[in-house]
Write a protein that binds this ligand. Structure first.
Ligand code: F6P
Length: 580
């Protein structure tokens, strides 16, 4: 199976058919019954070439998936499943710009944002390609102008600080990349404000000079509450200090809603587009990546795009059994469905990747946290995992206890860069040692016999030994992948992010869900708006008067808990500000 030769996507091929009714699924179930008690230690003992067979390299990333509870037969069945579920056709449809996001009638063309003229993968018309190139050029011009000092503040000062205001996909990707590439940063300092909590904005602005600060307001819709509230407060901060004429010089916008950005006061030249066919969590490659270009320069940003493009090519052209995103996706499905794993840990042994798990959370959980298929029918099986993680080695002293001895089976992705990019090589050697040691320990564990012998030889008496053994036994047989990057550079980082994008896509394709909409988030936004309407302390305001006049009605419309909490907040907030 390769993806590049696939036929056009035929939605009806999947139709209402449940994954669970498929022949291959049944075969996988029978196979699982035979192999579920297989131990990783036995698999390694019986297969001297297991590492070679179950590892591969692409785009500067080595993936070792040998420490998984799979055999060659397991993988063969899983590859057949991907084929049967139309993964090749669905991937091709994505690269052709078909409206695979059916509930929103949209394409999901993020690969076009990193496509190359010389080596094109997306089959789209020239005008779309020209738009993408135009956007990249606009980013280049602006970032270059700020970095060179040609773009100055309203009073003629050079720009020293950028405050990026955005949330979700309009923040997580660029923030993660800025932190990952921080050692290469040679432009203005870039800060990120996403939380509506006023501390987020205040603590950032506290250190900055308005005359030397540019705000980048990133919001595809330009309506997201957190972003707009932060943007308006930031605008007041500029106006109070520099006057309202300064706004156009100190604010730029990244958005799909040009008119709204103009109304806010952004200069037409300062508006960078987000195409409608890019979802928030895939928008890093669009002008949402502007803070990255500001921090490290556009040539570096283009290397990030090149790495992602290389992974796109790998995804489309490598056969299934040498295809990294497909392998990661299938192994994930194996654990979710057949071992009941509900969560997936991502532990990057690299301080620069401290926001990588946060980015993956949105990418995976917003994409595949779905309960119906594309056609609206309900899925009868689990879909996306709960993705979580923290960088190693800190995680070892926090949640690894559960990974080693807890009752849930949590598959882990370990990510580490081989090359040391700093001067403290001894730190790096020990970092690598910890990473490799954890995956080994999860797999091998420590058996009763060995522990008993150790305890007795260290002088413990028989009673104490027997009392301790059950606490200290670590059963092992816990699975993990290790992704070893040649080095954490822009190219490899781009490839790594795209790898996970395609992994998530493949899983969604197999489950038949729409990985590109996010309707579930909308309800929370709507309710937040209506609760906010009731949270007025100033009873003299017209809005508050209208609400308070009909307080009983307001309470009656709410569940008793939320109504009680609203009352409790009003009493306490009133007391806190000294109301009688
Ligand atoms: O939280 C839902 C969501 O729509 C995300 O998908 C998106 O990344 C985020 O909000 C921000 O949206 P916007 O870019 O429109 O402000």
């Amino acid at each position: 199976m390769t993806l590049s030769g696939a036929d056009a996507f035929d939605v009806s091929r999947l139709g209402m058919r449940s994954l669970l009714d498929s022949e291959i699924w049944r075969a996988l179930g029978e196979h699982h019954a035979l192999v579920r008690s297989l131990d990783l230690r036995t698999l390694f003992a019986n297969e001297s070439d297991r590492f070679d067979r179950h590892s591969l390299e692409a785009c500067g990333i080595l993936l070792d998936y040998s420490k998984n509870r799979v055999t060659c037969e397991t993988m063969g069945l899983l590859f057949a499943l991907a084929d049967e579920r139309g993964v090749p056709e669905q991937a091709r449809a994505m690269f052709q710009g078909s409206a695979i996001n059916r509930s929103e009638g949209q394409a999901a063309l993020h690969p076009l944002l990193r496509d190359s003229r010389e080596d094109p993968l997306c089959e789209v018309d020239v005008s779309m390609r020209a738009c993408v190139e135009g956007s990249l050029q606009a980013m280049e011009d602006f970032s270059q102008a700020v970095r060179s000092g040609a773009w100055r503040g309203y009073r003629g000062d050079p720009i020293e600080d950028i405050v990026h205001i955005g949330i979700g996909g309009s923040e997580l990707g660029p923030k993660m990349v800025c932190r990952a590439l921080a050692p290469l940063a040679d432009g203005p300092r870039v800060h990120f404000v996403s939380n509506i909590d006023g501390w987020a904005l205040l603590s950032t602005l506290g250190h900055l000079s308005p005359a030397r600060t540019v705000f980048v307001v990133a919001s595809k819709t330009f309506t997201t509450q957190e972003t707009m509230v932060n943007a308006h407060s930031a605008r007041r901060w500029i106006e109070d200090s520099l006057g309202s004429e300064a706004v156009a010089r100190h604010f730029v916008a990244i958005t799909g809603a040009r008119r709204k950005a103009l109304e806010f006061g952004v200069d037409p030249q300062g508006i960078f587009d987000i195409p409608e066919w890019v979802g928030g969590r895939f928008s890093l490659w669009s002008s949402v990546g502007l803070p990255v270009a500001l921090a490290v320069g556009m040539p570096v940003f283009r290397k990030l795009l090149a790495g992602a493009h290389a992974m796109d090519r790998h995804f489309l052209s490598a056969p299934g059994d040498r295809n990294m995103p497909i392998i990661l996706a299938l192994i994930g499905i194996w654990y979710i469905h057949f071992f009941g794993s509900q969560t997936h840990a991502v532990v990057a042994y690299d301080e620069r990747l401290d926001r990588f798990a946060a980015h993956l959370q949105q990418l995976d959980m917003e994409s595949n946290g779905k309960r119906v298929r594309q056609d609206g029918t309900r899925v009868e099986h689990p879909t996306g995992p709960i993705v979580w993680g923290e960088p190693g080695t800190g995680g070892q002293h926090a949640f690894f206890q559960l990974l080693h001895q807890g009752t849930p089976l949590v598959p882990v992705d370990f990510i580490v860069a081989a090359a040391c990019d700093h001067s403290l090589f001894e730190h790096h050697r020990l970092l690598i040692a910890n990473c490799l040691a954890q995956s080994q320990a999860l797999m091998t564990g420590r058996c009763e016999k060995e522990l008993r012998a150790d305890l007795l030889s260290s002088g413990a008496d028989l009673d104490r030994t027997e009392a301790l053994v059950p606490h200290r036994v670590t059963e092992g047989n816990r699975p993990s992948n290790t992704l070893m990057l040649e080095r954490l550079d822009p190219f490899t980082l781009g490839a790594l992010i795209a790898l996970y994008e395609h992994k998530v896509f493949v899983q969604g394709a197999i489950w038949g869900v729409n990985s590109f909409d996010q309707w579930g988030v909308e309800l929370g936004k709507k309710v937040a708006g209506s609760v906010a309407n009731e949270l007025h302390l100033d009873v003299s305001s017209e809005k508050a008067k209208a609400i308070f006049q009909d307080r009983d009605r307001a309470d009656a419309d709410r569940d008793a808990s939320t109504a009680g909490l609203i009352r409790a907040w009003k009493e306490r907030a009133g007391r806190a500000r000294g109301d009688p």
